[in-house]
Design a binder for this molecule. Structure first.
Ligand code: ADP
Length: 500
């Protein structure tokens, strides 16, 4: 059995040295002292391990001023391929410092070391490299024009893609650095500058990343990191009049608040919000892959994924078999310290989140869901929740409707395609959905009928960097990744030339 509490002495010397420092926002290429600070606690033990400055509205203003100045400075004058090369160097530096940064991220978040290495470092570098390529590929159009009230000479038209300007990026803790990179990389490729507000639980990887960006050749002010909470630091960034775009990943409630706050200012807004993504297993599902996928779609990263497969719908003919398979996997998951290589699942991010998840499990049981496995909190100072399955759920039950953001699967059976489409779409969310079948006609029909921004066939949570990722309904507005995300950080300018 893995140990429950982190042993911080197993960290590499670089991570230990970094964690030991007092942390403050990174503004205009350097440390920016703040009047107030808060403490970070280790989710496996509740122990304080670092302090971090809280950026006030004035500190956020300093960051935005620096980002604005950088737009008009060296960065704004750089050629596209220089931006590309800077992003490529940053990807290399991220990988070179990957052990240190993934350890930092793991201690802050409680996520498994293998996950922070694979996702925040591996996938993060992959996104930086993909987006680097876009810097040189932002093209406009040309046309011969015909304006009725200009009758003489020739008219030529050109369109340009200009950077939208200063981008405020606000991100959550669940895949903290990777999501921050999702937000920053397209902005930087497009020539924007960034003020990033990481989640209060996971600010350190972003601060370290900003230092690496300087090393990679990004001028001071291109990437600023304002640490702090939502109601003070986050809202100051959202309200700042000189921020041109807010790109946010987080809860639907805060996304709605940001949409309301920015409505009158005409800031562009891209919001990637909550999810309650269904996995749908038809009777011809490839069960050897579908059963482990169903388990890991919800237990991977301890269920703390916006597109976690949190609702499982299984054709009645295979329901018992699938449920038994998922439960067997759940019961074989070793829960423990995310630094321990033997752990398959770590704690959830905070004690508050643990309490909330336990409350939702209890509510589901009170509403009539059948607890098949898990459910009982793991004693001790760590915020552990065991892999939990609630079966035979009805659509009106609270854990079916609410995003739990923890390792809790709800499962139900269905008889017909029409029935499962109705069940899957009966949600305020529309982020992702996966369908498991070998019937091509059904694949096409389900892809058209499901109300979600990403549809996966015989796979779940397959996020390719070239494919836009964004939610429908209350799961958001706009999309991360792909060309879509790069273009979202540009504004169009048209130019007309008259040759009399
Ligand atoms: P989660 O439930 O995953 O913590 P939140 O939506 O609460 O998601 O937070 C996501 C990010 O939004 C965090 O960086 C948080 O500090 C920030 N945030 C929270 N409240 C606000 C707010 N009112 N304005 C701007 N940012 C906020």
């Amino acid at each position: 059995m893995p140990r429950l509490e982190n042993d911080l002495s197993t960290l590499g010397t670089a991570a230990q040295a970094y964690l030991g420092k007092p942390h403050v926002p990174h503004i205009d290429g350097g440390r920016h002292e703040t009047a107030a600070s808060y403490e970070l606690t280790d989710p496996t033990s509740g122990q304080v391990f670092a302090s971090v400055g809280i950026a006030s509205a004035n500190d956020v203003d300093a960051a935005v001023k620096s980002a604005r100045a950088a737009l008009g400075g060296t960065w704004g004058r750089m050629r596209p391929n220089e931006r590309e090369l800077a992003l490529l160097r940053l990807a290399d530096l991220l990988e070179r410092n990957g052990d240190e940064i993934s350890e930092i991220e793991t201690v802050c978040s409680g996520r498994l070391l293998g996950h922070t290495k694979g996702v925040d470092i591996g996938y993060g570098a992959h996104v930086l490299r993909y987006m680097a390529g876009w810097a040189t590929k932002l093209e406009g159009t040309t046309a011969r024009l015909s304006i009725p009230y200009i009758s003489d000479g020739e008219l030529a038209g050109f369109t340009y893609r200009e950077p939208i300007g200063v981008v405020g990026a606000i991100v959550p803790w669940n895949v903290a650095l990777c999501i921050a990179i999702w937000k920053m990389a397209p902005a930087l490729a497009a020539g924007c500058t960034v003020v990033l507000k990481p989640a209060p639980q996971t600010p350190l990887s972003a601060l370290r990343f900003a230092e690496l960006a300087l090393e990679a050749g990004f001028p001071a002010g291109v990437i600023n990191v304002v640490t702090g909470n939502g109601p003070e630091t986050g809202i100051a960034l959202v309200r700042h009049p000189d921020v041109n775009m807010i790109t946010f990943t987080g809860s639907t409630a805060i996304g709605r608040q940001i949409a309301l706050e920015t409505a009158g200012s005409f800031k562009r807004c891209s919001l990637e919000l909550g999810g309650k993504s269904p996995l749908i297993l038809f009777e011809d599902s490839p069960l050897d892959r579908a059963i482990p996928a169903a388990a890991w779609a919800i237990f991977g990263n301890h269920g703390q994924n916006c597109c976690a497969g949190s609702r499982l719908y299984v054709h009645r003919s295979i329901y018992d078999q699938v449920l038994a398979g998922v439960v067997e996997i759940a019961e074989g998951i070793a829960v423990g310290s995310p630094l321990d290589p033997g752990s398959m699942m770590g704690p959830v991010v905070t004690r508050a989140q643990q309490t909330r998840i336990q409350g939702l499990i209890a509510k589901g049981q009170a509403e009539g869901a059948r607890l098949v496995t898990g459910g009982t909190p793991i004693d001790g100072p760590g915020s552990y929740v065991p892999p939990t399955v609630l079966a035979d759920v009805r659509p009106d039950m609270t854990p079916v409707r609410e995003e739990i953001f923890g390792p809790v699967l709800v499962a139900a059976s269905f008889d017909t395609e029409a029935e499962v489409i109705a069940l899957a779409n009966d949600s305020e969310y529309g982020l992702g959905a996966s369908v498991w079948t070998n019937d091509l006609g059904r694949v096409h029909h389900m892809t058209r009928q499901l109300e979600a921004g990403s549809i996966w066939i015989n796979v779940h949570n397959a996020l390719d960097v070239a494919m836009p990722f964004g939610g429908w309904k209350n799961s958001g507005v706009g999309a991360d990744l792909g060309e879509t995300a790069v273009l979202a950080h540009t504004k169009v300018k048209s130019a007309v030339h008259h040759f009399p």
